[in-house]
Design a protein around this ligand. Structure first.
Ligand SMILES: [Zn+2]
Length: 228
């Protein structure tokens, strides 16, 4: 349900399963609020009021990130990023895989119906070749066993760490330069030890990736441009 409190528009969802309220800034910049069933309208207003500055900060960050957002077209010559470099798209007739990277071009077979899916599959496959080794390198630094790794589409985040310690990475991370991809990996590896972004979290990250600040900043500024 669409609601407005003073100047804040949001989508309200009531849930019997949620014991506490949660607020999100969605990928499209909309605010979503999920509350337990029993909250009254005025309690919800109070909650929004309490979270006002958080919502404003979140929306400002969203605008920052999306200023550099791009819409790529699947036409000859369009550039697509892979590990921080751009490669132009070229349509080809004969090729067994739907999409390959060869001779400095992304080569897309011209009979491919869903180019976006072909790109997604390409990045996912490359991710599965590269990321598990990087994860192992950083878990070794912390004396941890390497967890299982998946690459798929995630909502609103670059990676996630499940409660049982499996790591999932967004295929979009493969568009980032290697150094930034390493930051995404190291960041998630530290979540195996620290669930939240506490001081201890950043301290441990600093230990395994001392120059993470610049990479983090790169991702903050340019992350939205890593899209198809
Ligand atoms: Zn994190």
């Amino acid at each position: 349900m669409r609601r407005t409190h003073r100047d804040i528009d949001y989508d309200l969802r009531r849930s019997g399963r949620h014991k506490t309220a949660s607020l999100y800034i969605e990928r499209d910049g909309k605010v979503t609020v999920i509350v337990p069933d029993y909250l009254t309208d005025s309690q919800i207003d109070e909650l929004i009021e309490l979270k006002r500055s958080w919502i404003y900060k979140g929306l400002a960050e969203w605008r920052d990130l999306n200023a550099s957002r791009v819409q790529r077209e699947f036409v000859n010559g369009e550039g697509f990023p892979y590990l921080g470099k751009f490669y132009r798209l070229r349509f080809v007739e004969r090729q067994s895989a739907p999409l390959t990277l060869s001779g400095g071009y992304f080569c897309l077979r011209s009979d491919v119906v869903n180019p976006k899916a072909a790109f997604r599959d390409f990045y996912r496959e490359k991710g599965m070749e590269r990321i598990p080794g990087r994860v192992a390198a950083y878990t070794a630094k912390l004396g941890l066993e390497a967890p299982s790794v998946r690459v798929m589409e995630l909502k609103n985040r670059w990676a996630s760490c499940s409660p049982n310690g499996n790591l999932t990475f967004h295929w979009r991370a493969l568009m980032a330069p290697r150094t930034v991809l390493d930051y995404i990996v190291a960041h998630e590896v530290v979540h195996l030890v620290h669930a939240n972004h506490t001081e201890a979290f950043w301290g441990t990250l600093d230990r395994i990736l001392p120059d993470y600040h610049d990479r983090k900043e790169w991702l903050r500024q340019k992350g939205a441009g890593l899209a198809i």
